[in-house]
Write a protein of this length. Structure first.
Length: 125
């Protein structure tokens, strides 16, 4: 479910929160779905339980997950609304970056080629 790269410059808790955000945004984790326990994930990934707890706390502060004492951590039921907000935000950032690329003289065809490459529509994924 999660892949952590200890050689990455990004802290382990940030890697975990990024993957959680992505899985929620993509709909792989639904509202009220339980997350692995801190102990379970710590053992699975081979990292300190405090690191997992820090990631979960951060996600809870963002409103993407909630904790039920004695039961564990769960994806917030309003995850669909959160997902839509994240999507809108990402599209706005993408639009801004495309405007910057245009200002720098990057041709639209290059953006289309790159988009097809990223989406695997050019035969090479």
């Amino acid at each position: 479910m999660f892949v952590i790269d200890p050689r990455s410059k990004a802290p382990l808790y940030e890697q975990l929160t990024q993957q959680l955000r992505w899985q929620i945004a993509m709909g792989f984790l639904a509202g009220d779905e339980p997350l692995p326990s801190v102990r379970q994930l710590s053992a699975e990934l081979g990292i300190n339980p405090n690191t997992i707890q820090k990631a979960y706390r951060l996600m809870e502060q963002e409103g993407l997950i909630y904790t039920q004492p004695g039961r564990g951590n769960f994806v917030t039921p309003s995850v669909t609304e959160q997902r839509l907000k994240q999507r809108e935000s990402q599209l706005a950032r993408l639009e801004e970056e495309m405007r910057k690329a245009k200002e720098m003289g990057i041709p639209g065809e290059e953006i289309v080629r790159l988009t097809r490459q990223v989406y695997g529509e050019d035969g090479a994924s």
